[in-house]
Design a protein around this ligand. Sequence first.
Ligand code: SF4
Length: 491
Amino acid sequence: MQRKENEVLLTADRTLMSDYHHNEFLGFGTCAPPNFIPEWLYSYLFFPQLETKKGLPPTAPYGLRKTEAQLIKEGFRVNTISPKSLKKSLKDAKVLGIHTMDPFGLGPASTTLAALFKKEPYLSKHFHNLLQSPEILRAKQNGLKIIVGGPGAWQFQYREDQQKQMGIDCVVEGEGENVLGKLFRAALEGQELPSHYEVGMVEVPTINEIPDIQGPSINGLQEIGRGCCRGCQFCNVTMRPLRWYPLEKIERELNVNLDSGKCGGACLHSEDVMLYGSKNTIPNDEKLLKLHEMVVKRCDGISWSHCSLAAIAAAPKLFHEVSEIILTKQSWWGAEIGIETGSSAIAKKIMPAKAHPFSADNWHDVVVDGMGLAHDSMLAPACTIIVGLPEETEEDITKTMDLIDDLKDMRSLIVPLFFVPLGHLTSKDWFTRTNLNSRHRELLIKCAEHDFRWTDNLLDLSFQGKWYSPFMKNFYRAFTGIMKRKVQEVK
Ligand code: SF4
């Protein structure tokens, strides 16, 4: 049977269909709830809508591009569209795939901000708005099937009733390459879909089974590998095996982005870019250098999604060489780094391999050494600290505060996140506003003070020459001040 062009559509809400003014750092603004800035202005500043051509966005979230590539590979006629053009495109659609990061605001950053501001964050608000749009409600009445996937899919396990109310037929949790075809085919044929499909270990794709993206990704996001070998108990990623893309595959996807003319830079994505091509926690010099030489030669700029302080501290010479390659094109680069705690006792219990190849007993020193090297080489990290880890004592919190004191001269943001029970800790309790004690409050204030200290420097680096730079500085200062007040207000 001849399939119509718009029978299968893919989209995401407007907080995800944005290039954040070509600065991923601004994307964190989607985790905040509506605040003292008028909503229209806040949305424009932090997640402006992408311009579209015939309803198609120039770039799209990388995860959505992977879904698109898999469906194309399996013979579907699929279009990735902007949420702005649903009205026109949905007329012929039978299946709508929606990508989501944090549909109910249960992610660590959103829960923390929502607890302090007592409001729903923008990203969940816009996800709900999308599902409740008149176009989707009308299409549902005409039999549209909705399949939702992406990093936030786990949250539906806690919101089964809302999934039904929102008219979502199926949620896919995990790496979908080997199951998307059968689910979308079943949806097109009007068959009953499983309401929640958790991708099993045997269905996790090998590198050869992961298709190359066919359309450009937002801000040149570019996967270089999947999975992680460190096994932290609070993390979902740890459930997936470690796989690295070969250099040729990375170059092919880079070509898709560069040839589109929509993104000249690349954001390398893996759980630890420093470990590219390695089989354990020791960086592979040759592979890491070759990767960076290839990317820097081809792109206007480069950033990393994540890396570990242990890998930096374990290979200071290699890290310096990589930084020299990167700094031929730019004056700094960013990455997200998990510190999580300053207590070696807690590190030993819940993330014993995070310090590898060093001992978790030395976690404090590994962090200080790695952060010192990052500072000297102009890697400016956004670091996370987990507030309310299971079995954490007041002494553990004090150790985390001591660590933050020792990092005061190192260019970074330190972001406190409330503990969310994921990975092997799903049976533990969520950390909420009511669990905050005076020690936790001191910890939150210490993080805010550290960030306040580095705000101007980081914003100068991030928004050099941008017209909105003074506005962002004032906003961030005001936001940090409000955060401190909110923390003190919590009883
Ligand atoms: S190092 Fe990061 S990605 Fe790896 S298991 Fe730990 S928290 Fe997860």
